[in-house]
Each structure stands twice: as C-alpha cells, then as structure tokens.
Design a protein around this ligand. Structure first.
Ligand SMILES: C[S@@+](CC[C@H](N)C(=O)[O-])C[C@H]1O[C@@H](n2cnc3c(N)ncnc32)[C@H](O)[C@@H]1O
Length: 252
C-alpha cells in the first residue's frame, strides 16, 4: 500500500488517531530527501511544530510553482525556519526572511515568569541555522513584524508563514499588512488556528481583504495549521489522491 493511499484511508479515523498516524507517515516521507540527515538533530530543536506540519512546510517551500522569497513571522529557535529553508534550498535561488524580536511567544512568556525579562531565543536560533548549514539561505530580521513591514524593501513573497504574536490584533496585522507583497498564486499559512483569537483574526482579515472564504484550506495535517491560497492554485499538494491527482485538502 502506498503512502498516498494510506493517507486517504485514514481520513475517516478519529482525529487523534489520524494525527498520530500522519506524524509517523511523514517520518517515512523524510527518508526520501535531505531531511533524513538532520532529522534527529532537528527533533531536538525546541518548538511547537509537529512532524507533519514540518514536512508540510518543507514540501511547500520546495514545490510551489512560482518563484519568490519566503517570509516567516515568528521563528523562535528555528524549528519551522529550518524546514522552510531546506525546502527553499532545493530551488537554489530563494531566501527565507525570518522575522522575530526573539522575546518569546505569548503563552511561552507567561510560563517564563520573571525570567521573561532576560529571555531571548536569538542565540539558540543562530546556533541552529549554523549547525544545519543554512546561514546562506536564512536572513534573520530581529524585529517585530510591524517594524519589518515598515522597513520592508525586499521582493514579493510566494510563501508567508505566520506564527508570531498570537493576539487578534497581531495576527490581523500580519495578514492584512503583508498581503500586498504576496505574489499571485502565493500562500499565507497560519499556525494555531485552534486559538479563538487567531481563528477570528484570519476570518476577519479575509473579509476585510475581500478574499473568498473558500480560499481558506486545512491541509488536514493538524488542527492548527491552515492556509490561504491566493489566486489560482499553483503548487503541488503534499498529500493527493494519486490516481485522480485531486487534492485531499478540506475547506474550513
Ligand atoms: C510560537 S513561537 C514561533 C514558533 C516557531 N515558528 C517554531 O516553529 O518553533 C512565536 C514567536 O513569535 C515571536 N514574536 C512575538 N511577537 C512578534 C511580533 N510582533 N512579530 C514577529 N514575531 C513575534 C516570538 O518571539 C516567538 O519566538
């Protein structure tokens, strides 16, 4: 049974079982590419991204049909940044701009207590991109998304991954303020969709920008990752039906 078929067969399973299975299946997919050299080291990078989400980012970064840079809002220790960069490296020409003031995410800062004043994920982030040999591809912008947008003079973007400050206002800013630098056919992926603030911000941003609600897709790899597909689909989906080539993505 091929991996693709297996993925289709588990669509009806209970979500918890399905996500566990998808995680182990995505581990098998790692064996097909460069990821395998780094997998166990990458597993040790602190962060919240699951294996399946990581593989999805890697795949999207490597397989979109359009050319353009990648922007990430919220890198922390580089768990997601490295996946985007490994994908981008397959194409040789593009960069990953990693925007983060490195003071920690909302929930993480609450857990840190008083230690939050001195906390920075920047040293760990820089160590990771060095040890994974990604310094030529990742361009760290140590600032907030708001500051980066004001200063942005870069090119248009084909893939924007939003995983920064998880309040309604911040997520809404991250979508609406960066939207105009997106290429037609680009993708805006957002993490933590299960948070009420994040979910409401995504839906309201789409309404404000006049984006049809059916452009919001859950690729069914986790409850928390969704993406907005801007313009005509111009990428190969991670998991497809094989025989029909039709996407297994579900609208949310
Ligand atoms: C949930 S973590 C990111 C996790 C990371 N994507 C991963 O896969 O491990 C959120 C990050 O957003 C950063 N952040 C907080 N406010 C931000 C802002 N205004 N703009 C950009 N990043 C921000 C935090 O410093 C933190 O590192």
């Amino acid at each position: 049974m091929s991996v693709k078929t297996s993925l289709i067969d588990i669509q009806e399973y209970h979500p918890r079982v399905k996500y566990r299975l998808l995680n182990s299946l995505s581990r098998m997919l790692y064996d097909q590419d460069d990821f395998r050299h780094y997998y166990w080291q990458w597993k040790g990078v602190e962060g919240w991204l699951t294996d399946a989400e990581a593989y999805w980012l890697f795949h999207m970064a490597g397989n979109q049909d359009i050319k353009g840079d990648i922007i990430e809002i919220g890198s922390a220790f580089g768990r997601s940044t490295t996946c985007l960069a490994w994908g981008a490296r397959l194409r040789n020409t593009e960069k990953v701009f990693a925007i983060d003031p490195h003071y920690g995410g909302k929930g993480f800062r609450e857990q840190l207590g008083e230690a939050r004043e001195k906390f920075s994920s920047e040293p760990g982030f820089r160590r990771n991109i060095k040890r994974f040999d990604l310094e030529e591809i990742i361009i760290p912008l140590v600032m907030t998304s708001q500051e980066a947008r004001q200063q942005w003079q870069g090119s248009k973007c084909r893939f924007l991954f939003i995983d920064g400050w998880h309040t309604y206002d911040a997520v809404k800013h991250d979508i609406t303020a960066w939207y105009d630098i997106m290429l037609p056919g680009g993708i805006i992926a957002c993490h933590d969709y299960h948070s009420d603030e994040v979910r409401n911000a995504i839906h309201d941003s789409m309404t404000e920008l006049g984006i049809n609600p059916d452009k919001l897709v859950n690729p069914e790899i986790s409850t928390g990752l969704v993406y907005i597909n801007i313009g005509p689909a111009s990428f190969k989906t991670v998991f497809n039906t094989g025989s029909t080539g039709k996407s297994e993505c579900r609208q949310v």
